[in-house]
Design a protein around this ligand. Structure first.
Ligand SMILES: [Zn+2]
Length: 162
């Protein structure tokens, strides 16, 4: 099933390739948090409807609520999708970029496996991958000290797996 979802994700990203905007535009705002190179390889797309993989198999594994949940943004690999009314919401961009770092560090299949398991066992708000992203967007919004996010994410995962 994970490979099926990955194929769907790749299709979505290709479908919106022409509309994607480079996150390097946030270099000034996110200076000290996201390196330029990381932002240059990350993209967002403004969409009226957030694309979600509506697979019956996913619903069968108890992810129906997650699929139906109204979200402001979602990240698929290095591209995230945001609703028009949140297109200027820096906090949301910051949050989704944490997910880009997670996808990148873990790899697509391990990320999805982990994310789905976390949602199943802890629920969306208690899922560690989400809590990490929320903690970071909160830290950024409160004017917290500069932390290289992709580097921090990599260190956290390496710690956890040791
Ligand atoms: Zn999130």
């Amino acid at each position: 099933m994970l490979h099926q979802i990955e194929r769907w994700i790749d299709q979505v990203n290709i479908e919106y390739q022409e509309q994607r905007i480079s996150c390097s535009k946030f270099f000034g705002e996110f200076k000290g948090f996201y390196p330029l190179e990381f932002l240059q390889q990350s993209y967002f797309v403004i969409v009226d409807t957030i694309p979600k993989p509506n697979f019956p198999e996913l619903r069968h594994t108890g992810l129906g609520d997650f699929i139906d949940m109204e979200v402001h943004g979602i990240t698929y690999k290095s591209t995230y999708y945001v609703l028009p009314q949140f297109a200027s919401d820096l906090r949301l961009h910051f949050h989704e970029l944490v997910h880009v770092a997670q996808w990148r560090h873990l790899g697509a299949i391990p990320f999805m496996e982990r994310y789905i398991t976390e949602i199943q066992t802890s629920g969306y708000y208690e899922a560690p991958l989400e809590k990490m992203a929320y903690a970071f967007d909160d830290h950024f919004t409160k004017g917290g000290k500069k932390i290289d996010v992709p580097n921090y994410v990599a260190k956290e995962f390496n710690k956890a797996f040791k």
